[in-house]
Write a protein that binds this ligand. Structure first.
Ligand code: NAD
Length: 304
């Protein structure tokens, strides 16, 4: 059993912290939200009144925060000042590559070992302990983080040096956003050409056009495996979070001088979908906007 400080107990962090507690660790939990703390306490974590209290004597630190500015703030103002130097630091939030590298550099300068370890998999995977972690950091950092991450996930992969976990995460999600948009427009075209959606799924999911978006997460209701499309696009991976990841990918592409026209197009489409009220819908719900027969025609109208 180890003493683990867990900061950020929201939709994702709540389930992850609970899984560490279930594995037998003493989880010292802190969040700015009382409601999040209540839920964590109910799932076996120890409620702390401040980040500093959570960090006291910690052997490992996990953070699961909304964005880069929160991560930089929490590390600069709390973790790097209050955690013991021997603690392994793991930031599992999805943030920009630049901030991930900067914070890891500051942690290293202060004598800590830190990894960025963003996740693939949504709230259900966080609760079930079946996340996939993409880890950036040294070999030593990876090996020290691995046992904790394995208790929260089904796969833990070393992506490279500091920041590489975030790079892998946003590249993966840029590809996902682009393939989902392409899958949606393909189904719309197929239908307009008179093809039955199920028949087209049967063909394309076994032909060269297949992708995860087609085969495992089909955006058409009643076609393929059970997906959010079968629940009016409720649950799953919110379009607003896909937009966040696409923005991070475009920012990174610009900084790296990479030409990413498909990623740029996906960002624009998701921006429009979120602007029309689709932000809380699953990201496959963008098919409603792409198929003009399924969407309220007036610009600015809500997605049906
Ligand atoms: P969330 O908003 O539900 O949770 C974030 C939590 O951090 C909140 O409870 C908030 O109160 C807390 N917080 C913010 N600033 C804090 C501070 N200074 N000190 C302590 N607590 C603070 O977000 P989430 O859905 O849990 O996502 C967390 C991260 O995981 C994000 O970076 C997101 O992009 C990423 N992610 C989310 C999903 C998903 O499906 N929700 C999937 C993969 C990755």
């Amino acid at each position: 059993m180890m003493r683990v400080a867990f900061i950020g107990l929201g939709n994702m962090g709540g389930g992850m912290a609970a899984n560490l507690a279930k594995a037998g660790h003493e989880v010292r939990a802190f969040d700015l939200s009382e409601a999040a703390l209540d839920r964590a306490e109910g799932k076996g974590c120890n409620r702390m009144a401040s980040a500093e209290e959570a960090l006291d004597g910690a052997e490992a630190v996990v953070t699961m925060l909304p964005a880069g500015k929160h991560v930089a703030d929490v590390y600069r103002k709390s973790v790097l000042l209050a955690a013991p130097k021997e603690a392994i630091l793991m930031d599992c939030s999805t943030i920009d590559v630049g901030t991930a590298k900067t914070v890891a550099g500051e942690a290293g300068f202060a004598g800590f070992t830190m990894v960025d370890a963003p996740v693939s998999g949504g709230i259900a995977a966080a609760d079930a302990g079946t996340l996939t972690f993409m880890v950036g950091g040294t070999d030593e950092g990876f090996e020290r983080a691995r046992p904790f991450l394995e208790q929260m996930g089904k796969a833990v992969i070393h992506a490279g040096e500091a920041g590489a976990g975030q790079a892998a995460k946003i590249c993966n999600n840029m590809l996902l956003g682009a393939t989902m948009a392409a899958t949606c427009e393909t189904f719309v075209l197929a239908e307009k050409l008179g093809l039955d959606p199920q028949t087209f799924f049967d063909i394309s999911s076994k032909a060269s056009g297949q992708s995860w978006s087609m085969t495992s997460y089909c955006p058409v209701p009643g076609v393929g495996p059970d997906t959010p499309a079968d629940r009016d696009y409720e649950g799953g991976f919110a379009a607003a979070l896909m937009l966040k990841d696409l923005k991070l990918a475009m920012e990174a592409a610009q900084a790296a001088g990479a030409y990413t026209p498909m990623g740029g197009e996906a960002e624009e489409l998701y921006q429009r979908f979120v602007g029309r009220g689709g932000g809380t819908k699953d990201f496959s719900g963008i098919i409603k906007m792409i198929d003009d027969s399924w969407i309220a025609p007036a610009e600015g109208g809500n997605v049906k």
